[in-house]
Design a protein around this ligand. Structure first.
Ligand SMILES: NC(=O)c1ccc[n+]([C@@H]2O[C@H](COP(=O)([O-])OP(=O)(O)OC[C@H]3O[C@@H](n4cnc5c(N)ncnc54)[C@H](O)[C@@H]3O)[C@@H](O)[C@H]2O)c1
Length: 262
């Protein structure tokens, strides 16, 4: 497939660009930053909050699908979060409709449901329950994906990613880890699942201690292979572990992130 990948210079973007290319996809990168030195292929320096710049890149790349990873992965003020996640998503969706591009895989986040108590396996039908303005912006981005899927018949897969890391580092990560190899599997499944319409999956590995239901992802062809449990004896317990395990968003739900919207 021809894929336009936003946020291609980021930590997830570099791994997914290489992984999709290895699997035979033709990847065009887009980022605010220039191409990493080891990048091989087309690249656009552009800001996805700018609808005109975004439309020009989509028109030139003419992709079969868009993988939208561009955005600030941390908490910020409300306006900044909405620009980074909701406005970028809207600019891409408008550009896709304009060019007849019908597929998007989106990097949403567990923080869209971060204030959900850690009691039972959380499904994709749980109510939006953001833990931060970052989470609010991911909920808004998911709402836009749903709107454009219904209005324009697009196929969009929103991946609520847990913790993308080379290896789990805390007790929480033993539940939330997404390995680099599984991340590539997840994105490829989202790009190739037959006619998903609007679909949501949880972007985690097949962790023994998982808090999120992998069944919706498996229904789309996402079969994770790694398990954080393999690292459990190398993860040290910490006093924060109990609080971090009380709601699925972990530290993002903590008082450190409580702040006014303006
Ligand atoms: N890393 C995780 O564990 C995790 C978990 C859940 C969700 N996510 C989401 O995955 C996506 C990628 O995260 P990451 O960890 O690779 O972050 P990152 O900061 O490493 O990479 C993000 C990239 O996006 C680019 N970018 C930001 N705003 C842009 C814009 N307006 N236009 C063009 N490019 C822009 C940045 O330059 C950067 O290269 C984000 O949307 C993040 O919210 C990440």
């Amino acid at each position: 497939m021809r894929v336009l990948l936003t946020g291609a210079a980021g930590s997830i973007g570099r791994v997914v660009t290489a992984g999709l290319s290895d699997r035979g996809h033709e990847v065009t990168g887009l980022d605010l930053a220039p191409a990493p030195v080891d990048h091989d292929g087309p690249w656009h320096v552009a800001d996805c909050t700018d609808p005109a710049e975004t439309a020009a890149v989509v028109a030139e790349a003419r992709p079969d699908g868009v993988v939208h990873l561009a955005g600030n992965p941390d908490e910020a003020d409300l306006a900044g979060s909405l620009a980074s996640h909701a406005l970028t998503t809207a600019a891409l969706l408008d550009a896709m409709v304009g060019q007849g591009v019908r597929r998007m895989v989106y990097a949403s986040s567990n923080h869209a449901v971060g204030w959900t108590p850690r009691s039972e396996l959380v499904g994709t039908d749980t109510r939006p329950r953001p833990d931060t303005f970052y989470g609010v912006a991911k909920v808004a981005a998911e709402a836009l994906l749903s709107l454009y899927a219904d209005r324009h018949g697009l196929d969009v897969v929103s991946c609520r990613i847990g913790s993308f890391l080379d290896r789990p580092e805390t007790t929480r990560h033993l539940s939330t880890w997404l390995s680099p190899a599984d991340c590539v599997r997840m994105v490829e499944a989202g790009l190739t699942a037959p006619a998903p319409g609007y679909a949501v999956l949880y972007g985690i590995s097949r962790n023994t201690r998982a808090w999120w239901d992998l069944a919706p992802g498996r229904a789309l062809g996402y079969e994770p292979q790694d398990d954080a449990e393999d690292w459990a004896d190398r993860v040290e317990t910490r006093p924060e572990d109990e609080v971090e395990g009380s709601v699925v968003g972990g530290p993002f739900a903590g008082a450190r992130f409580h702040r006014p919207a303006f």
